[in-house]
Design a protein around this ligand. Structure first.
Ligand code: FAD
Length: 462
């Protein structure tokens, strides 16, 4: 018997139930084969942005090595997953396909089609829960529907028994035997280079290896360092972008190099109880975003509150100079510019700063949240199809559980409060406070007034 484990957002060997189950069916090296398919083919599945592709390249490179240790080859392909799986199952004589479930609309449709198709060809398909703390359909309100508000969702989630993580499966044997069996059947391994995931010129990711170790072991190292050195400051300093008191685990979670169960369990040893609760609550936000996307698959494109369809947001094309100033970190607001430059320079941005940069774009600069979401999608290493639009809609006010509209972040006050000694702003905007630094792009008070008036219009108060 041979099992193909189709890797998607679970690029790890530890705590991977589909891989573990595949190894339980196996007797010899080559009985389990890993497969990754770069899918820019299926309609509706959003192609990854540039920064995420950089991450993916290195994640696959390291997964390949980790799987080799277990005697499991990793095949790399690009194209239509349904066709590729079918051909591969036939050529390799595989009788099982495993995968970890995913929760976006078009992804689920594709998976359901494959699940319906392969058994006719004699291949058993089994899917596993691996990337969320809890399956999105398992949490329901008392009246039976999905949650739209975080607090009751979190109450329900945190009351459940969160599954404990499992170790990697035992090695099946020598990788050269496994590979020889495949190539002997005329199956090519495929090359990572063929996916063309890395930036060429300009290479904007130069130096990113000094910031990130995008491997499974790098994720564990990062988790340990956070728990041992920083997690007890999470409650007191987690909101300060210069304090380095957050985990920076988001890209590892995004690509499944670390599982939320592993993070949840490790968080059990955070001594400061407020930090422990707060950190676990943030993991809960990740599940909440996917719960929403599962039940409302239109979230990346459509306002959750339909009255916002009439909000007079501008597109980036209608005001290219303003949008460009925002992306380049040249708005004249220190905290915003620091955040946008951190994003470009590292593929990451602190959560507080994400909220402030997003708020300035949609509420003061009057540009549609979907434009900002698309920029983040392309530049964040952790960009994901649920967290990104859900958080953008939260900031924009159009989300199901959005911030009250009148609570418009004031970037200057946010800077005074969360970066009082300007350590963060000066790191990313060295010319801050000099003549070279631009004047503020807009008047905060006036644009705030306009945003509130527009809101009153769409909600019928005007
Ligand atoms: P920590 O504070 O250490 O939190 C631990 C983990 O909890 C994170 O790694 C993340 O997986 C999860 N988490 C924390 N906050 C949130 C949140 N608000 N929503 C969902 N999950 C959360 N997060 C993404 O993973 N991908 C995105 O594309 C994304 N886009 C965002 C866009 C905007 C406009 C905003 C305001 C937030 C966005 N976030 C996104 C959420 C959050 O900013 C990041 O998860 C967080 O900054 C990652 O840093 P960290 O790992 O140090 O977080």
């Amino acid at each position: 018997s041979r099992t193909i484990h189709w890797y998607r957002d679970d690029l790890r060997v530890e705590d991977n139930p589909g891989l573990i189950a595949a190894c339980e069916h196996a007797e010899a090296p080559g009985d389990v084969v890993g497969l990754y398919v770069l899918d820019e083919h299926t309609p509706g599945i959003r192609p990854l942005g540039g920064a995420a592709k950089w991450w993916l390249h290195h994640a696959l490179e390291s997964l390949h090595k980790d799987l080799q240790q277990l005697g499991i080859p990793l095949l790399i392909r690009a194209g239509d997953p349904q066709r590729i799986l079918l051909e591969l199952a036939e050529a390799s004589g595989a009788d099982r396909v495993h995968w970890s479930r995913r929760y976006g609309g078009p992804e689920r449709e594709l998976d359901a089609a494959i699940k319906a198709d392969l058994p006719d060809k004699g291949v058993t398909v089994e899917s596993f829960a691996a990337t969320m703390l809890e399956e999105p359909w398992k949490l329901q309100t008392t009246t039976g529907g999905p949650y739209k508000v975080f607090t009751p969702f979190w109450k329900a989630l945190s009351a459940r028994d969160i599954a404990m993580p499992e170790p990697a499966p035992a090695p099946l044997g020598d990788i050269s035997n496994a590979t020889a069996r495949l190539t002997g059947s005329g199956i090519e391994l495929g090359s990572l280079e063929g996916l063309d995931l890395l930036p060429r010129s300009p290479n904007w990711a130069k130096g990113w290896h000094e910031i990130w170790d995008p491997t499974e072991s790098g994720g564990h190292q990062q988790l340990r360092t956070f728990i041992d050195d920083d997690a007890d400051r999470y409650h007191s300093h987690g909101q300060e972008p210069a304090a380095e008191a957050t985990s920076r685990l988001s890209p590892f979670l995004r690509f499944g190099q670390i599982s939320p169960h592993q993070v949840w369990e490790a968080a059990g040893s955070i001594k400061d109880s407020q930090s422990k609760t707060r950190f676990r609550t943030e993991l809960g936000w990740r599940d909440f975003a996917w719960h929403l996307l599962y039940h409302f698959p239109q979230i990346p494109d459509v306002n959750m509150r339909s009255e916002f369809d009439n909000y007079p947001w501008k597109s980036a094309q209608e005001d290219p100079d303003t949008f460009q100033a925002w992306t380049a970190g040249l708005t004249g607001f220190g905290l915003v510019d620091a955040g946008m430059r951190e994003l470009w320079g590292t593929g990451h941005m602190h959560n507080r700063v994400r909220m402030v940069t997003a708020s300035l774009l949609v509420k003061n600069l009057g540009i549609d949240w979907r434009e900002g979401e698309a920029w983040f999608w392309d530049t964040l290493v952790d960009a994901d199809a649920a967290s990104n639009p859900v958080n953008w809609q939260w900031v924009a006010g159009s989300g199901a559980d959005a911030a009250p509209y009148f609570r418009i972040f004031n970037p200057e006050r946010q800077q005074d409060r969360f970066d009082p000694d300007m350590r963060y702003v000066r790191t990313w905007v060295p010319e801050y406070g000099t003549e070279k630094y631009p004047d503020p792009l807009v008047d905060l008070k006036e644009t705030r007034r306009n945003a509130l008036a527009d809101y009153d219009t769409i909600t019928g108060k005007n």
